[in-house]
Design a protein around this ligand. Structure first.
Ligand SMILES: Cc1cc2nc3c(=O)[nH]c(=O)nc-3n(C[C@H](O)[C@H](O)[C@H](O)COP(=O)(O)O)c2cc1C
Length: 193
């Protein structure tokens, strides 16, 4: 039994997709094709959202001239491993509708778009890793996004799995897929006593 199977046995018979996706830190620099990238964002496009507002925005870079800028927005602990990945992006959530009214579920909806992208990647044999460890002020300043219009949610990388031995020792030790708390910790039938 592999490490993934060992630590990620579901308690009910669900599609393998849910347990097979996990957040490695070992990425190879093998580029993604344009077709692969298009599929990732197409999957995100079809995520559900409050009143179909689709209040997410992604900015991303691969090996283009802005990659250094994108790398610099991550906290150093994430830069250590995530700069190797061929695609680095940032999810932003829109703050208000165009008419000025609030978008109360925009962070939630942006999470849905991220999850759609992550599962699409996993189905294509790719790996993803979200990162909240970013310099939020720098995200607006360096990526050219208005903080009045958007809230930065997280960074993310996508790529092929790489060589674990290229990570430092501490990161190698953490290269074990996480398990989960039981459903009962998070789900209640009926009113909460
Ligand atoms: C919003 C968000 C922020 C995260 N921030 C970081 C981060 O800054 N650095 C990191 O290494 N992992 C980060 N993670 C990855 C989580 O630690 C990981 O998803 C969680 O431990 C569950 O493991 P799994 O994705 O392998 O199932 C983040 C995940 C999410 C969804």
């Amino acid at each position: 039994m592999s490490v993934v199977e060992n630590n990620r046995q579901p308690d009910a018979d669900i599609a393998p997709l849910f347990t097979e996706r996990w957040s490695t830190r070992a990425f190879s620099s093998e580029p993604l094709t344009d077709d692969e990238i298009a599929k990732l964002f197409e999957a995100a496009r079809w995520a559900p959202s409050n009143a179909n507002s689709q209040p997410w925005m992604v900015v991303y870079e691969t090996d283009g001239p802005d990659r250094e800028i994108f790398n610099s927005v991550m906290r150093p602990g994430n830069q250590k491993w995530a700069t190797a990945a061929p695609l680095l992006g940032y999810f932003f959530a829109k703050n208000n509708r165009d008419d000025g009214n609030p978008l109360p579920a925009s962070h939630f909806d942006t999470g849905s778009a991220w999850m759609s992208l992550a599962f699409q990647a996993s189905m294509m044999g790719l790996f993803t890793h979200a990162m909240g460890g970013i310099d939020k002020d720098a995200a607006y300043e360096r990526l050219g996004v208005s903080a009045d219009e958007y809230t930065v949610i997280c960074a993310f990388v996508v790529g092929h799995r790489g060589d674990v031995s290229a990570l430092d020792e501490e990161l190698q030790r953490r290269e074990v897929p996480n398990g989960r708390e039981p459903v009962s910790e998070h789900v209640t039938r009926g009113v909460v006593a």
